[in-house]
Design a protein around this ligand. Structure first.
Ligand code: ADP
Ligand code: MG
Length: 236
């Protein structure tokens, strides 16, 4: 009962959150659950970066986001925090299957995202895994069914969606396309298109990129629904 009251409070606080507010400076100013707040504190994250301050409130409210900000501006937390919060508010458990999928252009970047997730998500109970190849398809496939969150590279993920029997993504709540410009530069357009075809349409999608290019807006058009456009430019 107490849990339900807390969840209700959290949902209300998000509804009432002004996504344009300039009052949101610290992570403690955001309506986040205790597990996320304590994970951020333990990881020594305190003040939001610009892209985080602009994107996180909108993403918490369930909007699709097209976010552009240069490398090093903190885009990882801009999608990991709303992702953890969405699954938390949905009271996601091991029985609910895959809730969130993060697509990254390279293995190295996927591993980096996974490491940040392990740090800030340490007080959550979700299961999370990497799908980046390097192991046999069969070994990976056996773990897939138990995962709530996956960080993947496009080709490998598509392989599982096409070939791994019983791998069910129909519950997916959130899709993240990280470093979308690099995903496109590296020639993953067809793989990502095919991947998205497998996913439920009722999901939330967050797309982040270091640059705004034509190929990124093409990808955004295919994957996002009425996106909020969030660009952070360097001060001249
Ligand atoms: P991007 O994906 O935009 O290139 P990252 O998410 O990799 O940026 O973050 C770049 C660096 O900034 C990382 O070392 C990360 O730990 C740090 N960082 C991110 N957000 C914050 C924050 N709110 N406060 C302090 N450091 C942060
Ligand atoms: Mg990044």
């Amino acid at each position: 009962k107490r849990d339900q009251d807390d969840l209700e409070k959290l949902r209300l606080a998000i509804e009432e959150l002004d996504s344009k507010s300039t009052e949101i400076k610290n992570f403690t100013d955001l309506p986040l659950c205790e597990a996320t707040t304590s994970g951020l504190r333990a990881s020594h994250f305190e003040v939001l970066t610009d892209i985080q301050a602009r994107a996180i409130p909108l993403a918490l409210k369930g909007r699709d986001i097209l976010g552009a900000a240069k490398t090093g501006s903190g885009k990882t937390l801009a999608f990991l925090i709303p992702m953890l919060e969405k699954l938390y508010r949905e009271q996601w458990t091991e029985f609910d299957g895959l809730g969130a999928l993060i697509i990254s252009p390279t293995r190295e970047l996927a591993v980096q995202i996974f490491e940040v997730l392990r740090k800030i998500g340490r007080n959550h109970t979700f299961s999370a895994g990497l799908v980046i190849g390097g192991k046999s398809l069969k070994d990976e496939a056996e773990r897939l069914g138990r995962m709530n969150i996956l960080v993947c590279t496009p080709g490998r993920m598509l392989q599982h969606l096409d070939q791994t029997a019983g791998f069910d993504v129909t519950n997916l709540q959130l899709l993240v396309l990280d470093e979308a410009d690099r995903i496109m530069d590296m020639g993953f357009q067809t793989a990502v298109d095919a991947l998205i075809e497998h996913l439920p349409k009722s999901r939330q999608t967050l797309l982040f990129s270091a640059t705004q290019t034509k190929t990124v807006s093409d990808l955004a058009r295919l994957s996002l629904k009425d996106p909020e456009y969030v660009a952070v430019h360097e001060e001249a």
